[in-house]
Write a protein that binds this ligand. Structure first.
Ligand code: PMV
Length: 320
């Protein structure tokens, strides 16, 4: 019988945002929080969220996902599997939604897993997840679905003519990471367009910043962040560059300073910016707990404005 339940994790972008749009590598890690989809066979497709009934309570705009799913499946030769899968898709997750932690990529990863045969290779699941994600993100880079399908800490490298980037596992230094999100004021699309605008109006300064960001991502990607201290220092340096690039926000800059004052080794915004996700690198769990407590941002309303309270993720060899 066809598998009817699958889960896929969310992600945290660590380094390379914005520079990745211009060909530099990107580094990220999958989270220990995931999204689960469970399909109950039915003549019509439908989404339901958090085990709610009736199924049609889910936001109507997502209904258009299903023709997209059918066309992606048909083009890849999985029309029959897609017809077999049709039903009510119940989605449950402990991932903050629309907060920059890859909930839509995880949804696509989990659906791709259900669509493809059990013996499908990860690269094929990733490719299908990536095509599905176009529904949510237009031209997605493939990083979020890559982290969700392949899992672990990964480096992504882009080259022309490839539909999805190349992904390689990366050994990160052992550290405790505090991550969360502030309300998002600008979308990824707007922020990427703003950077393009800066490149036109002030090419040399903008190029310089992007090159620096790319060099930092490259240093981490080639294993040159040998310890938590270096990783933290590189994070703070990247944050200053992202701030200079105009993609941070005053609230984010203040939050980053607060975390560092509380003992983080470094921190930065994560992802496109405009508020949104952030992370701090901490020595150990104890220090991470102190940082998380100090951030204490109460200006979030879970599930509504894309913000998320601080959480802790352990990274590094012994945690994978
Ligand atoms: O905030 P997110 O997860 O959409 O991150 C976007 C990061 C960019 O580098 C700005 C775009 C990209 O796809 O790499």
């Amino acid at each position: 019988m066809t598998q009817r339940r699958a889960a896929a994790p969310g992600k945290l972008r660590l380094f390379g945002e914005h520079a990745a749009v211009y060909g530099y590598p990107a580094v990220g890690v999958s989270l220990d929080r995931s999204l689960t989809v469970e399909v109950a066979p039915a003549p019509e497709w439908n989404f339901c969220f958090g085990g709610q009934a009736p199924c049609d309570d889910f936001d109507g705009e997502y209904q258009d996902f299903f023709p997209h799913l059918e066309s992606v499946a048909a083009r890849a030769g999985y029309a029959e599997q897609c017809a077999d899968l049709r039903g009510h898709i119940s989605v449950s997750t402990d991932l903050p939604i629309a907060a920059g932690f890859g909930s839509s990529a995880a949804l696509c990863g989990a659906v791709a897993r259900l669509l493809l045969p059990d013996d499908a290779v990860s690269e094929e699941i990733w490719r299908i997840a990536h095509r599905l994600e176009a529904f949510f993100h237009g031209t997605a880079s493939g990083i979020d679905t890559g982290l969700s399908v392949l899992e672990g800490s990964l480096v992504f490298r882009f080259s022309q003519g490839r539909e999805i980037p190349e992904a390689h596992p990366l050994a990160l230094p052992e550290a405790a990471v505090v991550y969360g999100a502030l309300p998002r004021q600008r979308s990824t699309r707007e922020l990427v367009a703003a950077v393009r605008g800066h490149l036109e109006s002030d090419p040399s300064a903008t190029r310089d910043i992007l090159n620096h960001l790319g060099t930092i991502a490259d240093a981490v990607a080639t294993g040159n962040a040998g310890d938590a201290h270096t990783l933290g220092t590189l994070a703070s340096r990247a944050h200053a560059l992202l701030r200079d690039l105009g993609v941070s926000s005053e609230a984010m800059n203040q939050l980053i300073s607060k975390g560092i004052d509380a003992g983080a080794l470094g921190g930065k915004l994560s992802g496109a910016g405009g508020g949104g996700a952030y992370f701090f690198v901490c020595h150990d769990l104890e220090s991470a707990r102190r940082v998380a407590a100090a951030l204490n941002h109460r200006d979030y309303r879970r599930d509504t404005d894309g913000a998320a309270p601080p959480a802790i993720l352990r990274i590094g060899e012994s945690h994978r």
